[in-house]
Design a protein around this ligand. Structure first.
Ligand SMILES: Cc1cc2nc3c(=O)[nH]c(=O)nc-3n(C[C@H](O)[C@H](O)[C@H](O)COP(=O)(O)OP(=O)(O)OC[C@H]3O[C@@H](n4cnc5c(N)ncnc54)[C@H](O)[C@@H]3O)c2cc1C
Length: 384
């Protein structure tokens, strides 16, 4: 239905991954959402298409895909299942950060098994007092002997319950009191003891959204990832790339809303004819289609800007803002077209509606994207 141009390779990757997701994943989504479980065993097969491995250079064991290919993969994941899109997005962020900053030993322990689908990682930045203002994080890692003693807590950490290691952003402090600033630490559940529990949440029922508690948790010094004090730059780089992935996931979600709306309004009859024949219903379907197509164009434009070597920050922010907000509107309209049926858990639009609300929050809320864009356009920062 979309008229956006893809080249032959992009088209064939899109068709192959769509067919796999439609046949192997879509049939198990409702059951997993109900049980709040996730089919981790499927991920290794998805990595063969370039999920997670695509963002890692070939020299580091990844597939080194173009941003455009990665955008198509995320769009398809978003069309199939929000929990899957989020899970592969976070694994991708962890993999890219390890590839960028890990030493040989860390890559062998964490990156290689992650790319093989044998180990899974979480990305721990947000804290109770540090959300949009990530630099305000307060979790500390105080040097003691051959390691660090970590104290503090993290919030909303995707899949921390279910993964076996994570990248934890802390403030690293030497024994003499020198504060190095935000630093990334690799925390391996097999080595370090910390509290983790899932916080019940509305969207993405097949992910966990966890609170992590560190109470004198020991982490060996060899688990520092990258430079002391280099953590915020490292984390923000991963989040910036994650922004386009979130935008493309939202495009896929809007596409799913469009397909569900069209299918439903053609078979549902009221007043003696399909509701598709009513002008007000057609207006809602056309609005979803327009939002989906414009979102896709912005997302692909951001991906092609990055592939052409541009910084792409402006384009990715605009895509994250527009695609996220549009997915919310598309899901609202798709639900409206379904009437009461749209509010029932047996309808996929009930899930689309819940999952769409997430698209405007992580990896920089819509408001933060507006402030980044405003600064680029006007030269004044409205953040501080
Ligand atoms: C499902 C889900 C999964 C997540 N996964 C992870 C994860 O894996 N790892 C991780 O580290 N974090 C994760 N997060 C956290 C996410 O990154 C934060 O929720 C997000 O950065 C926003 O922070 P906050 O929730 O504290 O909101 P706040 O920053 O407190 O913002 C609250 C409101 O105030 C607005 N606001 C804040 N500052 C300004 C300003 N200067 N100007 C105008 N408006 C402003 C915001 O836009 C928002 O509307 C996840 C969150 C969710 C919901």
């Amino acid at each position: 239905m979309s008229t956006v141009h893809l080249d032959e390779d992009e088209q064939s990757v899109r068709d192959a991954v769509r067919s796999f997701l439609d046949n192997k994943v879509a049939p198990v989504v409702a059951e997993h959402e109900r049980a709040k479980t996730f089919p981790w065993e499927l991920l290794a097969q998805l990595y063969e298409f370039g999920y997670v491995r695509g963002g890692v250079p070939e020299s580091e064991g990844g597939d080194g895909l173009t941003m455009m290919m990665q955008a198509i993969l995320m769009e398809e994941a978003g069309r199939c299942w929000g929990s899957l899109r989020t899970t592969v997005n976070v694994q991708g962020m962890v993999a890219r950060t390890l590839a960028a900053a890990g030493n040989d030993e860390q890559r062998a322990r964490f990156l290689e098994p992650l790319l093989a689908g044998r180990r899974f990682g979480w990305f721990g930045m947000t804290e109770p007092g540090a959300g949009s203002d990530a630099g305000a994080l307060r979790t500390t890692a105080r040097r003691k002997g051959d390691g660090y003693v970590v104290n503090g807590s993290k919030l909303y950490i995707t899949n921390a319950l279910g993964c076996d290691f994570g990248i934890l952003f802390v403030r690293a402090i030497d024994e003499d009191g020198t504060d190095h600033g935000v630093t990334a630490l690799l925390v391996d559940s097999a080595q370090s003891d910390f509290g983790v529990h899932d916080i019940p949440h509305m969207p993405l029922r097949s992910t966990t959204s966890c609170e992590l508690t560190f109470d004198n948790t020991y982490v060996p010094a060899e688990n520092v990832l990258g430079e002391l004090g280099g953590g915020l730059r490292l984390g923000m780089k991963a989040i910036n790339a994650g922004r386009l992935n979130m935008a493309m996931g939202a495009v896929g979600l809007s596409q799913a809303c469009l397909e569900a709306a069209i299918a439903f309004c053609q078979q549902r009859e009221q007043f003696g004819k399909p509701i598709a024949a009513f002008q007000l219903v057609q207006q809602m379907v056309v609005e979803i289609a327009t939002l989906t197509e414009t979102s896709r164009l912005l997302g692909y434009h951001a991906a092609r800007t990055l592939d052409a070597g541009g910084p792409g920050r402006y384009e990715c922010s605009m895509a994250k803002l527009y695609c996220g907000e549009s997915a919310g509107r598309a899901a609202t309209l798709a639900l409206q077209i379904h009437g009461g049926a749209g509010l029932m858990e047996e309808s996929p639009v009930e899930r689309y509606f819940r999952d769409a609300r997430e698209a405007t929050i992580p990896e920089g809320t819509s408001q933060m994207q507006i402030l980044h864009l405003g600064k680029d356009l006007l030269g004044h920062s409205a953040i501080r």
